[in-house]
Structure formats: C-alpha cells, structure tokens
Ligand binder design. Sequence first.
Ligand code: HEM
Length: 415
Amino acid sequence: METVAPTRSAVDALPLETLDVADPRLYQTDAWRPYFARLRREAPVHYCPASAYGPYWSVTKFKDIMTVEVNHEVYSSAAEVGGIQVEDQPKEMDRPSFIRMDPPKHTQQRRVVAPIVATDNLKNMESTIRERTARVLDGLPRGETFDWVDRVSIELTTMMLATLFDFPFEDRRKLTWWSDVAVANVRAPDAPVHSEAERFAELTAMAEYMGRLYAERAAAPPRFDLLSMLAHGQATRDMPLREFMGTLGLLIVGGNDTTRNTMSGAVLALQRHPDQWEKLRANPALLPAFVQETIRWQTPVIHMRRTARADTELGGQRIRAGDKVVMWYVSGNRDEEAIDDPEAFVIDRPRPRHHLSFGSGIHRCVGDRLAELQLHVLWEEMLKRDLSIEVVGEPVRAYSNFLRGIKALPVRIAA
Ligand code: HEM
C-alpha cells in the first residue's frame, strides 16, 4: 500500500503534543517523513503523552540518539524495565535475549556468538555467499514480472541463516517463517499470527525443533555454527527455555529481516535515482560506499527503545527515571544537521559510514560486517551481469513501527 504522504503543511498544522510517530500506519504507508521533519525542527526530544503504547519520549536528532546510545548506564535495554521496543512484551510471555540485557550478562553472551561474524570466518563464508548469489541471479526470469523480495532478498538471507545455524537446508523457509512470526505486529490484518499467545506457541515450536539440533551439538565437539556456540558457551549453555527462545529469535531476526529489507530497499532507491546506478557502473570502486548508502537509505530498524534508570536531561528536556525513551533511527538518518541532503540517495558521500542504521555503543549490531559482505556480493554480481531491475508496481510495506519491512516488490528484468 503506497499512499501519498501528508503534506508538510498538513502535518505542521497538527498540535505538537498529538504527534505519535509510533503509529505503525506511518511506516506501512511510508508517510513518516514530514512528522519527523517537524519534530527535528520544533521538538527534537518530544514527549507523546498518550499512545497505544503509553507515554514515551521521541529522540529524533542524530546527536541526541548518539547520547542515548553511548550511555547504557542511564538508558537501559533490560527486559525487566521494558526492553528495546516502544511496545512492551507481555511479562508472562517475556523472552529474554542479550539485546534486552545490560552488562555484565549482555557482554558475556554477546561474546559467545561474536566469533561467527569475525573477519576470518567472513573470509571463509564469502565463496559460499558468492556462489549462491550467482545461482539465484542466474535463475531469475527474464522479461516477466516476479517478486524481488521472495526470489532474491528472502532467498539469499534465509540461505545465509541456514549456514549460520547449520540448519537443515531443505527446511530453511522455516527460519523465514519464525523470523516473520517473531517480528509481526499481531494487530496487522495480514500478520502471520494474530495474538501474543499464538506467537508464543509458534516460537515454542521453533524452540522444540531447534532444541533437538542443540542437543546434538551439545553432545558433539564444539563447531563453528551458532547452535554449537550457544551449546558450548559458558554464558549460554544453561539457558532457561524462555531465554533460548529469545536468543534464537534475536539471531534469526537480526540476521534476516534487516539485510533482506536492505536488499529490497536498494532496488527502490535505484528506481528513484537511476543516475546513481550509472555512477556505480562507471566506477565500481564506489561499491562499499553504495552498500552503506543503501543501509542508511533503507534504515531497516526503525527504532530502538531504552528506559531511563535515573532522572536525567536530554536536549533540554527533563527525563525521569522509568520513562520510555525511543531512538528513531529513521529520523536520525534524515537529520539535515548530520547528513547533507539526507533525502537524496547519493552513493559517493564523503563519509558513507556516518549513519545510525547499525546503532552504536555496546549494542551496536554484531552482524554489521556480515550484512555488508552479503550486500557487497549481491551488487557486485549484479554489476558483473549488468542486470538492471525495473520496478513495475508498488511495494507492499509492513505494518510495523520497529522494522522497516518491504513484503513484496514486483520487478522485471528486460528479456
Ligand atoms: C543491514 C543489516 C542490519 C542492520 C541494519 C542491523 C541493525 C541492528 C541494530 C540497529 C541493532 C541494535 C543496535 C543498538 O541498540 O545500538 C542490531 C543489533 C544486533 N544485530 Fe543487527 N543489523 C543488521 C544485520 C545483522 C546480521 C546479519 C546479524 C547476524 C548475523 C545481526 C545480529 C544482531 C544482533 C545479535 C544484535 C544484538 C547486539 C547486542 O545487543 O549487543 N544483525 N542490529
């Protein structure tokens, strides 16, 4: 569903305190830009007193987001105080994972899985990623419409996940399903699950399936896959069931949705800025900067939330202990004080890594280099084949205020 975004003047006429940027419809209809433009201008740290998720603060400028990111002592990610989404997880179905923890437990568990995306292992994985990418691209139909999301973005990222978990390859779409279930907004009409209880039941089934693989890995010598690492890691091997579910959910969603949506968002960016594809074809050395710009442009994670542990001040506002503080990455990445001409897709920016899409501080994305590698290989293989993709219909966007998802994107490659 692509609708025309409300004009700036229509948004500017609304009473400031009624602006509620947590409304998932803003992302489903891609209408969020004028709301954040106004907040950045008039109330960069803004209090929304009433929303479907209760009262919350919005942090919308790049520099204020960084202030929150690097001060994890005041701005906590812990599940006990609320976790990382503007919407609280129901307490009775809470599923802890290290993204929803503060140190020291966060640090200990993150260390267990980090080696899977270390430079040496990435080098080992590159040839597999390239061979699969080539196969997927060579298998795409020519001269007929197909869904880029399903045929390319989902297929490539799901194959990657199967490798990271050493998961039965033929069952790999189960990973896609669990990822979709884990992040779904249960109120969306087309959600894969329609209640928290249904979600919990599906994720319990995931934990049972994965639990069998985990038991096999625990009984065997340590290997270099995520399940074996969790089974042998001192900080992770005795996880209670809920924490096992939460950790699997984190690793599946982290490694899947984000990269998937960047692959799809890039196609839309190029449709709107075809000159940038020509620039890349003329100078493939721009590829690393191009990849970063697609990650900034898409901003696959819309927000992360923290909860204040103490009274503090941010951007001239008084934040009280217990307040919800939401960092809107989509807005920080469009902050004209931090990024020149931020609405434009420009593949030769002087500081291409200067964006917030991976977060910052102790929770900064652990999989950033892997995501970059997958994206780099995809676009390198596209260039090699001189494939240009024509978007032939509107994208279908997800009803979510957390992940900026593209669910379908009809495209065509000239015959
Ligand atoms: C373009 C792709 C990606 C984007 C935009 C992205 C974005 C993010 C963001 C915004 C965070 C939270 C940062 C913060 O709170 O400051 C995060 C954390 C995380 N990401 Fe990613 N991610 C991507 C790819 C991946 C991949 C491929 C993996 C796994 C292989 C992954 C695994 C994780 C994990 C485990 C965390 C939690 C880190 C922690 O709490 O210490 N991500 N990611």
